[in-house]
Each structure stands twice: as C-alpha cells, then as structure tokens.
Design a protein around this ligand. Structure first.
Ligand code: PLP
Length: 375
C-alpha cells in the first residue's frame, strides 16, 4: 500500500453543515456559519477581530492593502517561505527585501532584521514555519522602535503559541498588527481552500471590513449602523461563501481531537528518529509551542536528501521537500540585488517533510521511521 504525503481529514459533519447552510437559503458570505467561526477564533485565541477569507493568500493581500503598501515601499520577507508571503506585497509594487533563516531553524533570523531596515521599510512579514513561533518579543521591539508594521504569516500556525519573557502566553497571529491563516487542505484545520485575517491593531478593524466587502460599507449597513451602503474604499471580494464556512465549522468542533492526534504523530516521529545521527530533527525554541503542523528532517546535504527520498519511494512512501529560496526564483531574481542567504539555501537543499496526516496508521508510521533509521 502506498503511503501518501497528505490526506485531508474529514470529521464527518462537513456535508451535514453544508446542507444546513444550503437549506437556510443564505449561501453567500458573512452568514451564520461565518460568524460562528469568527467568534470561535476571537474567543479562543483573543484576536481583536477575525475575518474569514477565501485563502491565506487573500488575507495577506488584505494586509498589503491595509498597510497601504505602494510603489517604492520596502517589505522585509524571509526567503524560505511560500510564494504568497511575498507576492501579496509585490502586487502592490513593493520592493521585497529578503531575509535569511537561522542556521538551526527555517524561521527568520530576528538578529538580521535591523540591518535590513531603511527609511522606506513599511512592514516585516514573518512566517511561523511548521507552526513554530518566530522570536516575537525581539521582532515586536524592533518594529516599535522603527514604527514598522508586523504581519504574521501564520498559515501553518493555528493553535500555536508564543511565551513572552514575563511568562505571558499569546496565540500566534494575535501578536503582530495583522495575521493571516490558511485552511488549505494541507493544513491542520481545513476547508479545501480557505483562510482568515486577524486584526490586532484597532486602527485597522473598520477598514478591514470594508476592504473585505469590495470596498463598500455593507457590513455596517447590515448591522444597522448606517442606512445606505456605498463605495468608500479599495477592496475586493475576499469573503468565503457560507458553504466553505459550514465545512470549516465541522472542523472547528473537532479541533481538540485533531490537534491531539497530530501531536501524537509528531511525538512518535521525534522519539523514533532522535537517535539518528544522519539527520537533524526540528528544533522548538523554549518560547515556542508546537501545533504539530508538520514533521521534517534536515539531511546533511542535497545528495543524501535525494537518496533518502529515493529510498522512501522504493518503499511506496511519498516524502516531499519545499520552498525554493524566493530570492533566487525566476520571477523575482532580477527584480532585486541578489543577496547571499546561505541558511535559506541550506533548507532548500536539505529539508525533507515526512508523511503527516490524521489517519496515518501507527504501523505505517513505524515503517517510515524504520526505513529512515536503516538508511
Ligand atoms: C499554505 C501557506 C500559504 C498559502 O495559503 P493559502 O491558503 O493556500 O493561500 C502562505 N504562507 C505559508 C507559509 C503557507 O504555508
């Protein structure tokens, strides 16, 4: 039997809730299921305001609009990330200043950020890779000193936390000025395609709702705050239909169970592989939680990774790598001065993600561990 890399997990209630949404006759956006999901997130994670979106990419595009990014503005983005972290800002004609990862972790090296700031810097996009927090205290301190916005690409970071030095614990996506999450089928909590914007800075709350609703103040109209709605700002159709939100609600009802299982899979990989001298395992800094978004190993070099992928493939196991450094991409390489970002390149060459999904059977996971350890 083939072991796939990912398999979307269904709780069983998704189609029931979709039928409910359809039966109410309200299937466009911002209906009962959307509001239930948004309230759930606001209550559980203390985001100031949540708006569901059709993807994390969309939520990042909303961030770029809210931050008023325009031609000539600079946005600092890690190179080792998904395209959307940069693309949302490139579409607003920003210049992307790529940052390197730590040598020991794919997250942005917070100690290099300050040297990348100029008087044109408007925002820093940080990515919580594998749901493991960046050094938020350091990053927020820099942002405050230079009056720069922090946008958390929390696509992989649902239900994960950062602990401040004074012991305060905060959900990822609730610390920066704005945050963006993904419910793509490869993430922990899914709706096929889907995402959300989190707004933690009061200044952006009202405008975010307008941008979300095609530049109109329709949300205020529906709340009875104004008696006519019209075109007041830029925006797009960023909100998902109730069909998507109904699906998502079924996932949220089962979130604890999903997270518990994923954490157990993560721990089994970690325990099974920790004696292996040929690979290094994910590092979780003391300030970061672990939401078990993925399990990756870092091989010694690109050749040993290729050989390991091949070995797994011979045994019908699909392991994949990702993130080609964005600063060297064919789309962006000629648009900026090419910096040397050795750590990003290292993870591009050496990081390998193992099969990870709710229904991964224990015996198949053991087989994966055994093959890697024999290798
Ligand atoms: C998945 C992912 C995205 C994109 O999410 P979509 O919902 O597919 O738009 C963006 N950034 C990171 C880091 C991701 O992992």
């Amino acid at each position: 039997m083939k072991i796939p890399f990912n398999k979307p997990f269904l709780t069983g209630k998704e189609t029931k809730y979709i039928e409910e949404a359809v039966a109410t006759g309200k299937i466009s956006g911002n209906g009962a299921f959307t509001q239930k999901c948004q309230n759930f997130f606001e209550d559980k994670y203390h985001f100031r305001k949540v708006l569901l979106t059709t993807s994390c990419t969309d939520a990042l595009e909303m961030c770029a609009l809210l931050a008023d990014i325009g031609p000539g503005d600079e946005v600092i983005v890690p190179s080792y990330t998904f395209v959307s972290s940069a693309l949302a800002f490139v579409r607003q004609n920003a210049n992307i200043i790529f940052a390197d990862s730590y040598s020991h972790h794919p997250n942005i090296d917070a100690d290099t950020i300050e040297s990348l700031i100029t008087d044109k810097t408007k925002a820093i996009v940080i990515v919580h890779y594998a749901g493991v927090a960046c050094d938020m205290e350091k990053i927020m301190d820099i942002a405050q000193r230079y009056n720069i916005l922090v946008i958390e690409d929390a696509a992989q970071a649902i239900d994960s936390y950062y602990t401040f030095r004074d012991g305060t614990k905060k959900a990822l996506g609730s610390i920066g000025h704005l945050g963006a999450f993904s419910f793509h089928e490869t993430k922990n909590i899914i709706s096929g395609e889907g995402g959300m914007l989190t707004i933690n800075d009061e200044r952006f709350v009202e405008r975010a709702e307008i941008i979300w609703e095609k530049g109109t103040n329709r949300s205020m109209f529906f709340r009875g705050e104004i008696n006519k709605y019209g075109w007041v700002d830029t925006g797009s159709s960023f909100l998902p239909s109730e069909i998507i939100s109904a699906f998502l609600w079924a996932q949220l009802e089962n979130m604890e169970m999903i997270q518990k299982r994923r954490l157990s899979i993560w721990n089994t990989y970690y325990e099974g592989l920790k004696g292996n001298k040929n690979i290094s395992l994910p590092l979780i800094p003391s300030y970061a939680g672990n939401n078990a978004h993925m399990f990756y190993v870092v091989c010694k070099d690109v050749d040993s990774r290729t050989a390991l992928i091949e070995k797994l493939k011979e045994n019908d196991i699909l392991a994949v790598f990702h993130y080609l450094s964005l600063h060297k991409s064919s789309y962006y390489a000629d648009k900026h001065t090419l910096e040397d970002l050795p750590n990003s390149d290292h993870f591009e060459d050496c990081l390998l993600r193992l099969p990870f999904y709710f229904e991964l059977p224990d015996d198949e996971q053991q087989k994966i561990i055994d093959i890697i350890n024999e290798f």
